[in-house]
Write a protein that binds this ligand. Structure first.
Ligand code: FAD
Ligand code: UDP
Length: 356
């Protein structure tokens, strides 16, 4: 986004350097050997409440409406996740209505004076049994930490509902790029001022390519050569499989909080709407080593990040943006919003300069 804005709006010449063999970072998509559009780095569902972000991206793609649904495999049943009225009724064999479920949650919720951790968020809303069934095992697998060791913001990403709404997200805009993310990025970068250099670590060329300003999107600790120690980033191993059947599962994602080494299984055709006689799915196996995918939100990591953030002020020639460089558990739309804000700061319009 910053490359696009700097080239098209500010008339700058931009060189994009990525060590991977493709553009688009983790949002990259491509066709697998069977001809099915997949997300090599796990299922990416676009959702946002920001009209500005939606309108900006709409310059580069048409959209297909898609509302993501998730089932969790718990006690031998597949039930809606986020926890909703049907989840509780099916799990416990009840027939509550929304008001009764509210009262039920109130009766099982544990009082928490200050909601600090990912455990607090859940037990203070739905009590310990649902916490154990849906959150504790999944979180331990995903992060190798107990929810009590993670910031509240992690499990707070997943709401609890007393209605029958079974959508994973409730944002105003829930859409997928009609021809995929990579096509959208290609159109974004299709400008004579933009060149792309793949399979290249920026460190191997920074001394040979003349540049005035760098936008850095990699891990911030690596940029500063781990001067303040390593910042943990959680990684995943993705296992992709293609099945000779048109549909593998009823919804886009099935979560497995308590069994198996993987956390979830996602079937791409639900997300993309593609029709094909076969279907491709991906299993996500969390791990510590490997490509960095997630910052790990907890107080000691925030503190270490702040030490790195202080170092960024010694580098006015570099701008740090994105999930890895600002150590924030951002969704795609938040990264786009951050990039658009960053662009306005780097290249203020005359009216904006006057207002400052
Ligand atoms: P990245 O996409 O991580 O890109 C950083 C790039 O920098 C990489 O391509 C990397 O190769 C490159 N790089 C790093 N170091 C160097 C170096 N030294 N030299 C050259 N290049 C380097 N978001 C959603 O909105 N919806 C979802 O459903 C969703 N699902 C997700 C599922 C998974 C499994 C994961 C891991 C993330 C998901 N996300 C989702 C989040 C989304 O992937 C991120 O918000 C987005 O990719 C962040 O973009 P970014 O540009 O900050 O970083
Ligand atoms: N989570 C959980 N059980 C679930 C789904 C999510 O415990 O069935 C917790 C888990 O800690 C997870 C976090 O909530 O890492 C955020 O979930 P989300 O689906 O947003 O994760 P992402 O798509 O970013 O991997």
């Amino acid at each position: 986004m910053l490359a696009e804005r700097l080239a098209r709006d500010a008339g700058r010449r931009v060189l994009i350097v990525d060590r991977r063999p493709h553009i688009g970072g983790n949002a990259y998509d491509c066709y697998d050997d069977a001809g099915i559009l997949i997300h090599p780095y796990g299922p990416h569902i676009f959702h946002t409440n920001s009209r500005e972000v939606f309108e900006y991206l709409s310059r580069f793609t048409e959209w297909r409406p898609y509302q993501h649904r998730v089932l969790a495999s718990v006690d031998g049943q597949l039930v809606p996740m986020p926890i909703n009225l049907d989840t509780v009724n099916r799990l416990y064999g009840l027939n509550l209505n929304a008001a009764e479920l509210d009262a039920y949650f109130a009766s099982v919720a544990e009082p928490v004076t200050q909601v600090r951790t990912s455990e607090d968020v859940v037990v203070s809303k739905v009590g310990r049994d649902l916490y154990r069934k849906f959150f504790q095992g999944y979180t331990r697998k995903q992060w190798d930490l107990d929810p009590s060791e993670l910031d509240a913001s992690v499990t707070a990403r997943v709401p609890v509902r007393t209605t029958r709404d079974d959508r994973y997200f409730t944002d105003t805009y829930q859409v997928m790029p009609l021809h995929g993310y990579t096509r959208m990025f290609q159109r974004m970068l299709d400008h004579p001022n933009i060149s792309v250099m793949l399979n290249t670590d920026y460190r191997t060329i920074q001394e040979f390519v003349p540049w005035q300003h760098m936008i850095y999107t990699g891990p911030i600790d690596a940029f500063f050569e781990y001067r303040h120690g390593k910042l943990p980033y959680r990684s995943l191993h993705f296992e992709h499989r293609t099945h000779a059947t048109t549909q593998f599962q009823a919804v886009g994602t099935v979560n497995h909080p308590n069994e198996y080494a993987f956390t979830r299984v996602s079937e791409f055709k639900h997300l993309t709407g593609q029709r094909h006689e076969h279907t491709s799915v991906v299993y996500e196996y969390p791990r510590a080593e490997g490509d960095p995918y997630y910052p790990v939100p907890r107080p000691e990591n925030a503190e270490r990040y702040r030490a790195y953030e202080a170092l960024t002020r010694t580098r006015p020639d570099v701008t740090f943006v994105g999930r890895l460089a600002t150590y924030r558990y951002y969704n795609m739309d938040q990264v786009v919003a951050q990039a658009l804000t960053t662009y306005r700061r780097l290249h203020p319009r005359p009216a904006e300069t006057a207002a400052e």
